[in-house]
Design a protein around this ligand. Sequence first.
Ligand SMILES: Cc1cc2nc3c(=O)[nH]c(=O)nc-3n(C[C@H](O)[C@H](O)[C@H](O)COP(=O)(O)O)c2cc1C
Length: 356
Amino acid sequence: METHLTKLLGCRYPVIQTAMGWVADAGLVSATCKAGGFGFLAGAVMTPEEVEQGILQIKSATDQPFGVNFHMYTPGAGEIIDICIRHQVRAVSYSRSPDAASVAKLKAAGIVCIPTVGALKHAVKAVALGADAVVVQGGEGGGHTGKVASTILLPQVVAALDVPVVAAGGFKDGRGLVAALALGAAGIAMGTRFLLTQESPVPLTTKQYYLSTATEQIIVSTKLDGIPQRMIQNQYLKTLEGKSTFGMLLLAIKNGLAFSQLTGGSLFSMLRSAWAMKGSSDLSLGQTMMAANAPMMIQHSMVDGHADQGIMPSGQIAGAIDDLPSVENLMGSIIRESGEVITKLAKVNSENLELD
Ligand SMILES: Cc1cc2nc3c(=O)[nH]c(=O)nc-3n(C[C@H](O)[C@H](O)[C@H](O)COP(=O)(O)O)c2cc1C
């Protein structure tokens, strides 16, 4: 299945496994790339050394192309860019506060720049800053997310841009892939669906919690870091919802210290980049300081397996998923089903049959 996306990324199928902190590790990325998709390593919660180790691990597992995700505003960003260039990764992804100089440096080294955006105006700005393609995430998507549903946002972005647009938010199967192509996308990008696979490193207890969650329980909250984020409304989130702004800021300082150790910077450099990030966004300083909250609280559920004691970012699609396939089986079924749907649609057209 060839689209502008497969040509740009050098993968067999127009399916991206997105970056998810603590989830999209070298194992998940290499499984995705071997199965014909395109995986992004979640570098935003890693030190530059860990990113390099991850790249080497993926390269030893597969010769297929892959990508790295990171935040351009963090202290280690420059080093991660150099590592991506040195190892000639095929693509990078990023979201908040991209800067034109970093994008230009990556592009000059032949690396595809493909940011994720959640609103039309951010998509236009991302391309003005040099993006080669964009992943556009509808509000049903997991993690930080926008307000507009994929079915409305995607065609708006497709109409506004001249670069390939990839649909994210609410996808899990071949029918979704065909629907996204029909709306003008060059492929789909999925987070939650890849989280719920055999190769995802998330502990089984946490995966089972996702599988047993009803769609209505997957809500958007700004409590964590001031930015709308879609998560499972578990006991921990309910407790956070009851905390005062001051209580959340205290938590942010504690988590900021832990996060700066984790990503190899000092608390001072963390605050400096929070300030820089504030300068290029609509957020208050308090909100940007709280940006460290999310990754630290996610760790409890995603790494330690305490599903009720941490944050669980999730797309609404988790409510419609009830299995844990291997990545190879998942990719196989998506491609098979999309072929069947396309054949059926062609038949409806030529024989005037009704779709069942
Ligand atoms: C557990 C989890 C962690 C995530 N972490 C990140 C991250 O670190 N960086 C990022 O850019 N997006 C992150 N996201 C967003 C995903 O990359 C992706 O855009 C989103 O999951 C797509 O929507 P879907 O879940 O409906 O497939 C995360 C999503 C989930 C579910």
